[in-house]
Ligand binder design. Sequence first.
Ligand SMILES: Nc1ccn([C@@H]2O[C@H](COP(=O)(O)OP(=O)(O)OP(=O)(O)O)[C@@H](O)[C@H]2O)c(=O)n1
Ligand SMILES: C[C@](O)(CO)[C@H](O)COP(=O)(O)O
Length: 416
Amino acid sequence: MTKQVAAIIVAGGRGSRLASSDDDRPKQYRTLAGRPVLTYTLEQFLDHPAISKVLVVRHADDLQLYDNAIADLKVPATDRLLTSVEGGATRQASVYAGLNALQYSECGVVLIHDAARPFVTHDAITAVIERLQQGAKAVLSAIPVVDTLKRANADTHSLSTVDRKGLWAAQTPQGFDLKTIWEAHQQALQSGRTDSTDDTAVAEWAGHQIELADGNADNFKITSPADLERARKIMEMTNQIEPPRPLAGSHALAGLGDVRMGTGYDVHAFDTGDAVILGGISIPHDRKLKGHSDADVVLHAITDAVLGAIGDGDIGTHFPPSDPKWKGAASDQFLHDAIRRVEDKGGRIAHIDATIICELPKIGPHRERMRQAIADICALPVSRVSVKATTSERLGFTGRKEGIASIAAVTVRLPF
Ligand SMILES: Nc1ccn([C@@H]2O[C@H](COP(=O)(O)OP(=O)(O)OP(=O)(O)O)[C@@H](O)[C@H]2O)c(=O)n1
Ligand SMILES: C[C@](O)(CO)[C@H](O)COP(=O)(O)O
């Protein structure tokens, strides 16, 4: 009999090996081409027709980040996405929290997957499910080790070669009969075994046989800063806008699509505070910008430029300042909404050029981070985002340091 399949996505870690001073979000909430890692991971499971329930285990402090990740889903979550549960101090504890939450579901088998593996494929998921439906109690998605392996001492002098024959690199998803893995985790905990780095280790320890299913090298886990960079490049390439065809004769415009240009302008006054939000990042300053939302004057100008390109009103039309809902709101959601309006018309943003007009703070030291933040929000390669800054030679309100202005130009390609 075919058993109902649940998936647990463990997203309760802190990503300490990827810690960075300018972004305190755990790795599963960092963005790849504008959307959180967790969002991509979840989509793979929500999109798989054989999976009935998906449960995310998250850290107690991450509720807002989790909600943002769900808001970015492009596949319907419906009632298949269960209410998230809080994890524990180790991966093993987080998985156990997820298994406990599934005890009263109707699912007979469960896949356990790292949120930090967003490139998991439909085929890798199917391979694990098929073996479980054929009766396996524990299935590991894995790839054979292809590099020559060395064992080295602490000062990294190579000591010996390890025979790689029969060695596999464990990935996720790992699939189990739900009762079997739940009991194995319970026994492990009762015996004080709390440091297993994966669930097949828990099942092995409890005496169960593990079967292998085909994983793939692309399903790497984002662990280090280099992994995050690699993931960003892959996702940016996947989302890459086709380069415009070279202009040639009368068909040139057909190759480019319906190219539109929009401009935006915004101003916010200074208020007492200690940081300004500009282009999606926070910059320490001796004032803040006053506004109904977070007063990110750059994202507001870009949002208006996007809306201008498609002739769809302006930021105030869609997000009236009179609506208390937008009080203190992060402005990336305004831009996300404008981009969705472009995508609903089958279009794409091709290029963004923003200028910030202020005497202070100095923009130069923050420019690259701002470009990256805007590129992330818009799912664009950073090469398609420009941020410039100028003073107004001490003239006018920006010159008197009363506020900051920003103008933006955005190019959009729509289908004919
Ligand atoms: N207490 C924990 C620890 C880890 N995980 C999850 O388990 C997966 C794989 O673990 P790992 O890569 O070790 O993640 P972190 O523990 O976050 O990373 P680090 O060890 O660098 O802190 C990740 O999706 C992570 O969010 C979890 O749910 N709860
Ligand atoms: C579960 C896992 O992803 C399999 O490769 C891995 O063991 C996670 O733990 P780690 O702490 O990152 O080694």
